[in-house]
Design a protein around this ligand. Sequence first.
Ligand code: PLP
Length: 415
Amino acid sequence: MSTLSRVVPTGFDVETIREDFPVLKQSIHGKPLVYLDSAATAQKPHAVVDAIRRFHEVDCANIHRGVHELSQRSTAAYEETRAKAKKFLNARTKNELIFVRGTTEGINLVASSWGRGNVKPGDEIVISALEHHSNIVPWQMLCEEREAKLRIIPMNDRGELLLEEYEKLLGPRTRMVAVSHVSNALGTINPVARIVEMAHNAGALALIDGAQAAPHMKIDVQALDADFYTFSGHKVFGPTGIGILYGKSKLLNAMPPYQGGGDMIKTVTFEKTTYADLPYKFEAGTPNIAGGIGLGAALDYVNRIGLDKIAAYEHELLVYGTEALSEIPGLRIIGTAREKAAVLSFIIEGIHPHDIGTVLDRQGIAVRTGHHCAQPVMDWFHVPATTRASMAFYNTFAELDALAAGLQKVKEIFS
Ligand code: PLP
């Protein structure tokens, strides 16, 4: 056991919390599972699994168009999640919350629907050097189609964005600034309120990719003044295939639909279709009803624990884990921003990340290895890949000791 200090914020009982996550109670290759891959997808508490099962066993029906009891129950449960998401993000009205498949679809919806109507040849879209591919490729596709230019905010060696360089990129041609709230590959927490303010001062809009922020910190879209904000259900302890796109209603009202089909119309004739009001205009087809209901249960669960408590506990895990890993000779942490979420990306001199991941797996430790869908970040740090241990509030200090011990074993095997 390490002698590093373990600070547990008052009232935070991780062992009780772990009881809510059945998946954590298993052995992998004969060792207790140490799950350190929550940035890829977070584990689901009983409450989420139960809500999804209940929908299928008790209430299952299609939503919005049914007069019968089951349809009304399903509709109410699904729409209740929209109300919960409004509260979670502190949006002004429920109409500003669009159900999407996840962050990727949220960004694609804006790039496609807003982009087509608002980006002209010679215009500029600004993103940053630490984006996930989901916040690069949709803008690249838009720029290619509209003959616009993609401009990149650079970062320093810690993985912090350079705001003075960002300022220089902004100008009369800037239409949109799209940055992540928290970097998945580095853990950097970006100063998004300032980034949005600077975009607005230049007359541009701002979209925030909240995929890695939603599980770790309180989000207030009104305080941030973000024009669009999007996150994925599965990273916030909910199911896969569901997420939320927030947009200011003035902007969403002015945008054309993203997809056509059922549920997004008011009237249809062969001559002309009129579209439904917000938010349904952007929700064509039968949605992921079970996923939406599961997401509502996940938001309730996170709120019950409290995002302030979660952030405080995870910060202690990050400090502890950073110290523990720093004691391993030859290990270099990639991403050392002063404002950082609970992500530890690292390389070990002379050992390929995939070998590290494989040896750790034999010890029951689940980490992610590779480029983390952020190849430009890897290029910037001149590494092909990293090993990434990403934490959630159900992780423990003892699990970080296990990671450090596992890495010592990796070193023994490969030295
Ligand atoms: N943005 C960031 C920062 C992410 O970490 C991820 C997923 O890892 C995404 C976007 C894409 O999320 P999803 O695959 O859930 O759409």
